[in-house]
Design a protein around this ligand. Structure first.
Ligand code: PMP
Length: 300
């Protein structure tokens, strides 16, 4: 595959950084995870690319990184890279803006560079997982801003997931310092309770996920499902009718038990399945009502 590094598209083997790179040492890299969904005939939908670009550039601002590109340049580089790779399938895209100074000096101002790699991925399908709360709590947003993705922040997710997997679980869920539910280690978490979609507010320190935003709008505007963004406890999650995860990587996946308590009939709920179908249409640019979220590109 081709990658983008040092202002040009290069074969991925040539996209390398020094072990002295500031971001490698200190986790000072804002990044995105987005997808080009394959539509056939050498065209792709760069789903909500402008929202991903905004989140990335805003995250840079929050962590004192000066992006080397503006919004239009970033989107155009992503378009060119996806077309150059020409993968006849869904493609995961990982843009990173990182502090590139080589050498010591943790708190110094560093120049920043943009690097992007792409990876062919399978089409999403709804899967079923068991989940457990980790003993590690989510880093509070007053410590590290959680609006966007920052590589250093993911030590938190890594510890939580290792902790749960070592104890035989599949997916780590994290509480905040006050015991409220936040999200899973790398996906937002939602529950269906009495016909409403309930999810933690971004202010509790969850990532402002683009799939989460999509589902909230779909529920409110198309499906007639009321949405509550509110604090809730693990106890409340145990008695949910449905629980699911959402994110760009996995799409929408059912959680069928939490800390050993079975959720619903233990097979994923009806509303989750419906949301998956509606989401699938959206990412493949099939619902004209959401044209604004589509960005279809084609290789000539
Ligand atoms: N939370 C975390 C911690 C994540 O890493 C991700 C994946 N990027 C998400 C939620 C889902 O976000 P999105 O829908 O924007 O992919």
């Amino acid at each position: 595959m081709y990658a983008y590094m040092s202002n040009r598209i290069v074969p991925e083997e040539r996209a390398r950084i020094s072990i002295r790179t500031h971001a490698f040492n200190y986790g000072t890299c804002a990044f995105e995870g987005m997808k080009a969904f394959y539509l056939g005939k050498r065209s792709w939908n760069l789903y909500r690319v402008h929202d991903h670009a905004n989140r990335l550039l805003e995250t840079c601002k929050r962590i004192y990184i000066d992006p080397p590109v503006d919004h239009e340049q970033l989107v155009s580089i992503i378009e060119r890279l996806v077309i150059k790779n020409g993968n006849p399938g869904d493609t995961y895209i990982r843009p990173m803006i990182y502090t590139s100074h080589e050498g010591l000096g943790l708190g110094r101002h560093s120049p920043a560079e943009l690097a992007i790699y792409c990876m062919p991925v399978n089409k999403i399908k709804r899967r079923e997982f068991t989940a457990m709360f980790s003993s590690t709590v989510r880093i509070p947003p007053k410590a590290v801003p959680s609006y966007g993705k920052i590589t250093g922040m993911y030590i938190n997710s890594y510890i939580a997931q290792r902790d749960v997997v070592e104890r035989g679980g599949q997916i780590a869920l994290l509480k905040d310092v006050n015991g409220y539910v936040t999200e899973a280690f790398g996906m937002n978490l939602c529950m269906i309770k009495k016909g409403r979609l309930v999810t933690s507010p971004v202010s509790v320190g969850v990532l402002d996920g683009i799939t989460r935003r999509t589902l909230i709008e779909l529920c409110r505007n198309d499906l007639g499902i009321k949405v509550e963004e509110k604090l809730y406890t693990p106890r409340s999650l145990y008695t949910a009718d449905e629980v699911f995860l959402c994110g760009t990587g996995g799409g929408i996946n059912s959680i069928v038990s939490v800390d050993g308590r079975r959720i619903g009939n233990g097979k994923g709920g009806k509303i989750t399945k419906r949301l998956f179908e509606v989401y699938w249409k959206l990412i493949h640019a099939k619902n004209p009502r959401y044209d604004d979220w589509y960005h279809v590109i084609s290789a000539k």
